[in-house]
Design a protein around this ligand. Structure first.
Ligand SMILES: Cc1cc2nc3c(=O)[nH]c(=O)nc-3n(C[C@H](O)[C@H](O)[C@H](O)COP(=O)(O)O)c2cc1C
Length: 408
């Protein structure tokens, strides 16, 4: 049976209320980018600024980006329905404080509520993500460390700070983490009760590199985009995600990541961790061939017109990945007879279905942001999807796999 699907579009932040708290750090200007990205992702963003923050960035910037009023004072009326200082606390699906100063972190740890941001955090039941940004010594100070630990114990999610160049010109741990990391954490917090909540999902990504000698390897054109987007899609739906990747792409936030560059490293991570997983999605392009011998010294030119490299076939380890409740999904990147080749892969791999894509098609395959895929199961049933973003392909895979998982 063949079914032809319409494009799907999962927008987990659509219609969600995010409160963005901005405090008096030199990194406050970066909050404008965070607000913009959250709005672009469909969220309704209410910005609360501390008085100090308004000396770094104007409210007009945030009002223009969010199309909503910015709260700066405790006595500023917001709503006719609620007590003003808790209005945002009640409607928030998530509160993100970025950047968070040492001062605001200290107030939050003590439960002080003398400004609209700290009062809102105190009154909310929504998840709170705090992204510190400050001088490295301020962050390392015993009091800030004590306060951060208290907030973690209270259930807050602390994002960063990152290592790097600080406004002082020094290097250290105090930089605000990147916007994409914070957006990922917001998506995870909002999707935590999604349809994959309580599920362990393992995703492999990227093209493995098989060494020839200490400086050379053979690999393939896989960039890891497909696997990384699947991991994000699963995270956004509440899954506990392990991403095993050979890719150089930035790691998705809110996901456990293990770097595995060779077939052997992939096998040694994936096989043992699959035993307790619900779903294994093998999006990595695992090398089919590997050099017969690996030289421990750089191979020198011999001044000969020809040379050869002996390759041996790599044994597929996907059949070895087994678990009491494990459902497996394989990938097939093909250039011809796509569906037929995909179907032939299901049984030997023990896959519930194969995600097949014709990599010779424009907009599909390696390095692109889009993909056109067909799901093929062992009975030969196929589900054809139109060209979609790789994130939405990830959601389509999760939609198809969900009914196959064992009931909780
Ligand atoms: C130029 C300048 C830059 C500052 N940058 C930071 C910073 O990055 N992180 C921080 O914790 N405090 C920083 N401070 C200190 C805070 O602005 C100060 O502690 C203030 O009371 C914080 O108030 P708030 O937490 O209500 O926003 C900076 C101060 C100045 C004058």
């Amino acid at each position: 049976m063949t079914s032809i699907m319409r494009p799907i579009s999962h927008t987990p932040l659509q219609g969600k209320n995010v409160v963005l708290g901005v405090t008096g750090s030199i990194a406050a200007y970066k909050a404008a980018d965070i607000a913009s990205k959250l709005v672009q992702a469909g969220a309704s963003v209410d910005v609360i600024m501390t008085t100090s923050a308004t000396t770094f960035v104007g409210t007009a910037t945030f009002e223009a980006l969010t199309h909503r009023p910015v709260t700066t004072g405790l006595w500023q009326a917001r709503s006719e329905l609620n007590m003003d200082h808790v209005a945002l606390a009640l409607q928030a699906d998530c509160i993100l404080i970025a950047p968070a100063t040492a001062n605001t972190i200290a107030k939050l740890a003590l439960g002080i509520a003398d400004d609209p941001l700290t009062a809102t955090v105190l009154a909310t039941e929504a998840p709170v993500i705090i992204a510190p940004a400050m001088d490295a010594d301020m962050f390392a100070s015993p009091s800030t460390q004590r306060n951060v630990n208290t907030l973690v114990e209270d259930g807050a999610i602390i994002a960063g700070p990152a290592n790097g160049r600080l406004a002082s010109g020094l290097l250290g741990k105090g930089r605000l983490v990147e916007t994409h990391v914070l957006e990922g954490l917001v998506r995870q917090a909002i999707g935590r009760h999604g349809d994959y909540s309580g599920r362990r999902v393992i995703v492999s990504a990227g093209g493995t590199r098989q060494p020839i000698d200490p400086v050379r390897f053979i690999s393939n054109r896989s960039t890891g985009k497909m696997g990384h987007r699947i991991a994000e899609a699963a995270r956004d739906r509440g899954a506990d995600v392990l991403l095993i990747t050979a890719s150089d792409l930035p790691y998705p936030s809110g996901v456990e990541v293990v770097k595995a560059m060779t077939v052997e490293e992939m096998r040694d991570t994936i096989v043992p961790s699959s035993s307790e997983a619900d779903l294994l999605i093998m999006a990595a392009a695992i090398s089919d061939f590997t050099p017969a011998q690996v030289s421990d010294q750089k191979i020198k030119k011999q001044g000969q017109p020809e040379t050869s490299l002996k390759l041996v076939e790599v044994e597929d380890f996907m059949p070895l990945a087994k678990g009491r409740k494990l459902v497996k999904v394989a990938f097939a990147a093909e250039t011809n007879n796509v569906e037929e080749n995909a179907k032939a892969k299901t049984t030997p791999k023990g896959a519930a279905f194969v995600v097949a894509n014709d990599i010779s098609e424009p907009g599909s395959g390696f390095g692109t942001d889009t993909n056109r895929v067909t799901f093929v199961d062992s009975q030969g049933n196929t589900q054809q999807h139109p060209l979609m973003t790789k994130l939405n392909v990830g959601h389509a895979i999760l939609d198809y796999a969900l009914p196959l998982l064992t009931k909780h």
